[in-house]
Design a protein around this ligand. Structure first.
Ligand SMILES: O=C(O)CCC(=O)C(=O)O
Length: 334
């Protein structure tokens, strides 16, 4: 009799038992996570997908939730336009400190030279994991107070991007890159670290474009063999077409001054306008947030009907959770 036969008891091997126990444990974990999410959703105040700001009676819901003038103003703007500007949120000293930290980081980083073109760098991802100054912006008390209110739940940092120039990027929505479960639980916060010149590639966006529905799964069904990138392009082409057909006017964030924050809805169509004067910098840092504990995944998940089961690794800094990305790194501009 061999060792496996010896371990065989009532026809079941040890490895089969281990597999069974693991399967059961995973089922229990998934059920617990679904339960926790359901409880979180009911506390956040919506049963389905999306933020409570997307509810049909959101203006009334806003009045019900707060009589604080600051929260009402920005909640109201986000409901109507999908975007709101908080003037002078970050002090000029902190803006300068982030720029100085960015320059020090670029000088010290072995990776930076490959992402440099003259005085410009490609995007620096997750600088808040390397710089306490950048983290100060991400954990800015006024921003967090607003975000916690808008989520109806504690906000958690998903990622950040730091730029020293305009991105000139094509129109996009953030929802495909930050696909939460349930859907649409995301907010972007862009901070100008210096006054933005109209010639430095200010951010273009479509106020009200966050309400235009484009069916991500229908696009995936229509292009069964397409890559995620191709599906994204098809999705954005449809978003652009819907914006133009619905007569929405494009706006530009040309009035952004040093320290101003721009908050946007996950479905707000936005991009980067052309840089007219290439000598100009446009120092900025954008943070991406989700409610704490909500699973978040990328493009592949957005164009799929199934929900990925991989958990997001987290870390906690100064009492706030954030996604664990290891360290800051440069990336090519998209
Ligand atoms: O800074 C910009 O031009 C846009 C940044 C952005 O679109 C984003 O992080 O989602």
């Amino acid at each position: 009799m061999g060792p496996e036969d010896a371990r065989r008891h009532e026809g079941i091997t040890v490895s089969e038992v281990v597999r069974g126990v693991t399967r059961k444990a995973l089922q229990v974990l998934r059920r617990a996570r679904r339960g926790a999410l359901r409880r979180a959703r009911s506390l956040m105040g919506t049963d389905g997908d999306g933020l409570w700001l997307d509810l049909e009676d959101a203006p009334r819901e806003l009045e019900r939730r707060t009589d604080d003038a600051f929260l009402r103003e920005h909640g109201g703007n986000l409901i109507r336009d999908g975007v709101t500007r908080v003037p002078g949120a970050v002090s000029p000293e902190l803006c300068d400190a982030v720029i100085a930290a960015f320059r020090r980081y670029c000088e010290a980083s072995a990776q930076a030279a490959s992402f440099r073109d003259g005085h410009d760098y490609s995007r620096l991802c997750n600088f808040h994991l390397a710089s306490p100054e950048a983290l100060d912006v991400g954990l800015h008390p006024q921003a967090l107070r607003l975000l916690d209110f808008l989520f109806g739940w504690r906000a958690s940092i998903c990622s950040s991007l730091t730029f020293n120039k305009g991105t000139q990027q094509e129109l996009r929505r953030d929802s495909p890159f930050f696909h939460t479960q349930p859907e649409g639980l995301f907010l972007g916060v862009w901070t100008a670290l210096e006054d933005v010149s109209p010639e430095a590639g200010p951010l273009p966006y479509y106020p009200g474009g966050h309400r235009l529905r484009v069916d991500r799964l229908e696009i995936a069904r229509r292009h069964p063999d397409a890559s995620s990138k191709e599906l994204f392009d098809a999705y954005i082409a449809e978003v652009r077409q819907r914006c133009e057909r619905s007569g929405l006017a494009e706006a530009r964030a040309t009035t952004m001054r040093k320290g101003d924050m721009l908050l946007w809805h996950p479905q707000l169509p936005h991009g980067g306008s052309p840089i007219v004067d290439p000598r100009l910098t446009r120092y900025s840092i954008v943070f991406h947030y989700m409610p704490e504990g909500v699973p978040i995944h990328g493009l592949d998940a957005f164009f799929s009907a199934s929900v990925p089961s991989a958990a997001n690794p987290l870390r906690t800094e100064r009492g706030r959770t954030m996604l664990e990305h290891g360290q800051a790194r440069f990336d090519q501009d998209s």
